[in-house]
Design a binder for this molecule. Sequence first.
Ligand code: NDP
Length: 432
Amino acid sequence: KQRDPDQPEFHQAVEEVLRSLWPFLEANPRYLEAGIIERIVEPERAVLFRVPWVDDAGRVHVNRGFRVQMSSAIGPYKGGLRFHPSVNLGVLKFLAFEQVFKNSLTSLPMGGGKGGSDFDPKGKSDAEVMRFCQSFMSELYRHIGADLDVPAGDIGVGAREIGFLFGQYKRLSNEFTSVFTGKGLAYGGSLIRPEATGFGCVYFAQEMLKGIGRGFDGQRVAISGSGNVAQYAAQKVMELGGKVISLSDSEGTLFAEAGLTQEQWDELMELKNVRRGRLSELRGNGLRFLPGQRPWSLACDIALPCATQNELDAEDARVLLANGCVCVAEGANMPSTLAAVDLFLEAGILFAPGKASNAGGVATSGLEMSQNAMRLHWTAGEVDQRLHGIMQNIHHACVSYGEEKGRVNYVKGANIAGFVKVADAMLAQGVV
Ligand code: NDP
């Protein structure tokens, strides 16, 4: 905290991990003696660069670009790029730190990284987004590579942005390699990658619910966000017979008291991904948009926060608990504040931290890299089956390390299971 006083999100992420890891570290002092903790909180490398670009009116803008290469202990750096005005070094360090544990949990050989820019794609033309992406990649390309660092999408970086970024990388490197995941199907992408984080989050929650003899059928499910993760979490919940009672964005919440219908979901997909409109434009039977509201006030059985960090605080947690919510599975990264997590754990409800429940996205990115390396293309069914299996394995790992007084503490389970593999690799590789 003294070294980087202006990085609260990073401190929060480290505190969450260390709190639950500490008894394990005391019982296994070899990790402390080798300085693993001091090393794991320091990025192996972080680059910061200027991204100049010209808008449609000919005006010059300058944004900041970043790539944080946190850990390559178990594989090449891997993690998304975020384009959002709130992006700064501290936010990316928190995301990269989380990514290290998450990637380890997938059991695939991927290190952790994260990058992005304070650029806001909202309201920009396609041509402006393309010029920005080309400028961003003109610097980033020298720091990434198929066996070095493989970025992907995140908030503000979807299919359009990845296409532009990949195109510029290919042009500069003179190579067509698997340097990006989340690519379009026409140029090396994997089926099910767009669905993977949302589907994976629901698969994980399904495993948790089995433990209390429940499922999604007939359950009221509150979802936040309306982007990539939220869209496919909603679809899978509906497929399993659950009722999606909310979606949200930075302007407010869309409540669907009777549950979102298939037609409304189709309209959402068109609105967000084709017309690039706002959630408040979604109208219809039983839909109500409330500006400035979060989704947690309506009674629900299951909550899936899928928007952004710290979007669910202690007050929200109290309301959810009072309304009988039995399961919270994070689709976003660190959407619950530390105080909210404590309340869920004290109440003994099922709570899954994002590094476990949203790992399906990066896991499927790993599957995209495998397909690219083999020059093969798996069917949607094959990828979905592997994704499902990986989420079940992550759940199993969390249960093995997180069992506590007859219950599963998924925070502890995910942190220890993710840590052990990375730390053992670091022990084996010496002080580097
Ligand atoms: P998108 O850009 O597709 O969607 C983000 C959604 O969150 C939008 O609805 C956006 O609303 C909302 N949002 C963003 N910032 C805020 C904010 N400050 N306050 C309220 N709402 C906000 O991103 P993704 O769906 O890809 O990512 C969502 C979360 O999931 C992030 O935490 C990301 O790190 C995490 N994640 C994503 C993965 C992926 O594969 N995509 C993988 C693992 C984790 P608005 O349009 O108003 O900004």
